[in-house]
Design a protein around this ligand. Structure first.
Ligand code: HEM
Length: 164
C-alpha cells in the first residue's frame, strides 16, 4: 500500500494521485497534534444528554479528549492508522468522534487543502529520506496545549538519504 512513495524515485505527488495514498492519509489522521480545543457559545437554551444548557453558556469541545475515549476508539493510545479506513473500520461510524477540523456549519473550510498539503510534504520527505527517531524513548513526551498541541521539548530525528 502506498508503495510508490517509497520505492519509485521518479514518482511525483500531485492532486490526482494524492487519493491513492490511503495509508498515509490514515497516518495523518492518527496524529492528533492538531487543534486540541475549540468552543461554542449556546445562543438558545437547549438540552444535551438530559442536561439543561442555558443560553449564554460557553461549551469547550476537545477533539483530543474525544480521540482518547475507549467507547469511540479501541486502544485509543495505540498507533493504529487503519482505524481510519472508512471501508473496513467500524470506528468512524459516529461522524462527530474524530473532529480535528471541527464539525457542522462552521467547520474548517481549509480541511481538504490542509490534508493535501500535509500529504505532499510527508510523501516527499519520506521519498527522499530514511528517518530514525533518536530522541528519548524512555519517557513519553510532555505535551503543551497552546493554540495547537505541541511537545515541550523538540523531538529528535536523524535523516539519511534513501538509496534506491
Ligand atoms: C492542519 C491544518 C488545519 C487544522 C487542524 C484546522 C482546524 C480548524 C478548526 C478546528 C476550525 C474550527 C474552529 C472552530 O470551530 O471554532 C477551523 C476553521 C477554519 N479554518 Fe482551519 N484548520 C487547518 C487548516 C486550514 C487551512 C489550510 C485553511 C485555509 C486555507 C483553513 C481555514 C479555516 C477557516 C476560514 C475557518 C473558519 C470557518 C468558519 O468559521 O466558518 N484552515 N480550522
Amino acid at each position: 500500500m502506498d508503495r510508490e512513495f517509497y520505492v519509485d524515485h521518479e514518482f511525483e505527488f500531485d492532486v490526482v494521485n494524492s487519493n491513492s495514498s490511503r495509508f498515509l492519509h490514515w497516518c495523518i489522521g492518527q496524529d492528533d497534534l492538531f487543534m486540541h480545543f475549540n468552543s461554542r457559545r449556546v445562543v438558545e437554551e437547549c438540552e444535551i444528554n438530559g442536561k439543561r444548557i442555558p443560553a449564554g453558556t460557553n461549551i469547550g469541545i476537545s477533539p483530543l479528549y474525544l480521540g482518547r475515549r475507549v467507547e469511540l476508539f479501541s486502544e485509543p493510545n495505540s498507533f493504529k492508522p487503519e482505524r481510519f479506513d472508512v471501508v473496513t473500520s467500524a470506528e468512524k461510524l459516529n461522524p462527530y468522534a474524530y473532529i480535528p477540523f471541527s464539525a457542522g456549519p462552521r467547520n474548517c473550510i481549509g480541511q481538504k487543502f490542509a490534508m493535501l498539503e500535509i500529504k505532499a510534504i510527508v510523501a516527499n520527505v519520506l521519498r527522499h529520506y530514511h528517518i530514525d527517531f533518536v530522541g528519548d524513548t524512555t519517557e513519553p513526551p510532555v505535551l503543551i496545549a497552546e493554540l495547537i498541541l505541541r511537545t515541550k521539548d523538540p523531538l529528535l530525528f536523524k535523516l539519511q538519504d534513501r538509496v534506491y
